[in-house]
Design a protein around this ligand. Structure first.
Ligand SMILES: Nc1nc2c(ncn2[C@@H]2O[C@H](COP(=O)(O)OP(=O)(O)OP(=O)(O)O)[C@@H](O)[C@H]2O)c(=O)[nH]1
Ligand SMILES: [Mg+2]
Length: 247
């Protein structure tokens, strides 16, 4: 898969859905409807789609969902619901090998659910959104292979204005690069020199190049030696939100 597709959350979920025999959409029991993702449910039409309502240890409510999809209440923390979820995955299929994509909003517990299903800490989990960075395969049995990936949320209008007003924490964004590029474009239009001076970088009118320059200048390098664009984007947006970097 092209790296560009992987970086784009929708490209990635499309790819994962295509690759999978079944999809588990993980949602948060405290806000089930709010953490269901129309895009995922639409793209997964025609595939087996199961809603895993995770974090059910955090609420006693067990509403009946208005959906024809199968769903199950689970708690990765309390280790509840595994059997029913596994039964649902293999229901109505004779396939010997099943790839199952685990999708959902950031921080709903996709990776925790995988660790629970596999019975050991196979993937990284954490209290902030955006813990899972890339796509990962985790075999839980001879028959079932799970795919973990970063969380996704619906592409909403007005994200940029929310960021500009600091109404949202940039850590809540799975894809800060996209927002950073838009912030950079805004500077290019309104006050490019301020941005170049602030980061002490070479002028350019290419947002991607500018973001790369920021990562280079700040020596943001990943272990593999690649530029850490993700971190550069966050720094840019945080500084902009805090008002340190003024337009
Ligand atoms: N109480 C409770 N907390 C949970 C449960 N599952 C996960 N968590 C917590 O939720 C947080 C996020 O868990 P992750 O598994 O990293 O979530 P994720 O969906 O993989 O997140 P990203 O990879 O960032 O999209 C962590 O602090 C977990 O400990 C659960 O069933 N109950
Ligand atoms: Mg994760």
């Amino acid at each position: 898969m092209a790296r560009k597709t992987m970086r784009n959350p929708f490209g990635r979920i499309k790819w994962i859905i295509k690759e999978s025999d079944a999809i588990i959409e993980v949602v948060d029991a405290r806000d089930i409807e709010g953490t269901r993702n129309q895009a995922i449910e639409k793209l997964a039409r025609g595939k087996r789609l199961i809603i895993a309502i995770n974090k059910s240890d955090l609420t006693n409510e067990r509403p009946i969902l208005k959906t024809r999809l199968d769903y199950v209440y689970v708690s990765s923390k309390k280790k509840q619901g595994k059997k029913k979820l596994l039964d649902l995955i293999v229901q109505n299929t004779k396939k010997d090998h099943l790839k199952v994509g685990i999708l959902g909003y950031p921080d709903v517990g996709k990776s925790s659910l995988i660790n629970y299903l596999v019975g050991r800490k196979a993937v990284k989990t954490g209290a902030t959104p955006g813990v899972t960075k890339g796509k990962q395969y985790i075999r839980i049995s001879e028959r079932i292979l799970l795919i973990d990936s970063p969380g996704v949320y619906p592409r909403k209008e007005g994200r940029i204005s929310l960021v500009m007003k600091s109404a949202v924490d940039i850590d809540k964004f799975e894809d800060p690069e996209e927002v950073a590029l838009r912030v950079i474009s805004l500077f290019i239009k309104k006050n490019p020199n301020r941005l170049f001076e602030y980061f002490d970088i070479k002028p350019s009118n290419n947002p991607n190049k500018i973001l790369n320059s920021i990562a280079e200048r700040r020596k943001l390098i990943l272990k593999a030696g690649e530029l850490n664009i993700y971190e550069a984007a966050k720094i840019l947006i945080r500084d902009y939100q805090k008002g340190k970097l003024k337009l």
